[in-house]
Design a protein around this ligand. Structure first.
Ligand SMILES: [Zn+2]
Length: 162
């Protein structure tokens, strides 16, 4: 389903681990861009909701777009919040965007039968049902909880909000 917040759980964990080397905002923007296709297809009543955007190729293209647009947008937001935006480099933006789009494809592939992650090189979805949807969601929720806890505990010492 488009725009489910469950992708943000692992994002919080990546942020907890990556600190200034990871942008949660760019990551979040990548999640949003990834799910525009399913949303449009859902509105159109298509049988297949997860097309070319939910593939390795799509993750590369959308990751590049998310990185290219995410850095200037996130930097503007950070400055408007009077937060230091110097750590949000192009490298950080690209790393965060690609982690966002590739993890998105992987997590979605576990639960969406209509996906073909290696299109156009291979059909089918080898990740389907490798774990149950319940476990997938439990993992995403738990990683979000763990990530937030680490970020909050660390927050007072090294403020970092990108
Ligand atoms: Zn998706």
């Amino acid at each position: 389903m488009p725009f489910t917040p469950f992708h943000l759980g692992p994002g919080a964990l990546f942020k907890a681990v990556g600190g200034n080397r990871f942008s949660f905002m760019v990551f979040g923007g990548a999640q949003f861009l990834m799910d525009i296709e399913p949303l449009v297809r859902m509105q159109a009543g298509d049988d297949i909701l997860h097309g070319p955007t939910h593939t390795v190729f799509g993750a590369l293209v959308i990751g590049a777009i998310a990185a290219g647009t995410g850095k200037p947008i996130s930097s503007t937001v950070l400055r408007s919040l009077r937060t230091d935006s110097r750590t949000l480099t192009w490298r950080v933006s690209f790393v965060s965007a690609f982690i966002g789009t590739f993890s998105h494809v992987l997590f979605d592939a576990v639960m969406h039968r209509d996906m073909a992650p290696f299109w156009p090189f291979a059909s089918g979805n080898p990740f389907l049902d490798v774990v149950s949807i319940l476990w997938l969601h439990a993992f995403c929720f738990a990683s979000g909880l763990l990530g937030l806890t680490v970020i909050l505990l660390r927050g007072e010492r090294t403020p970092d909000k990108n």
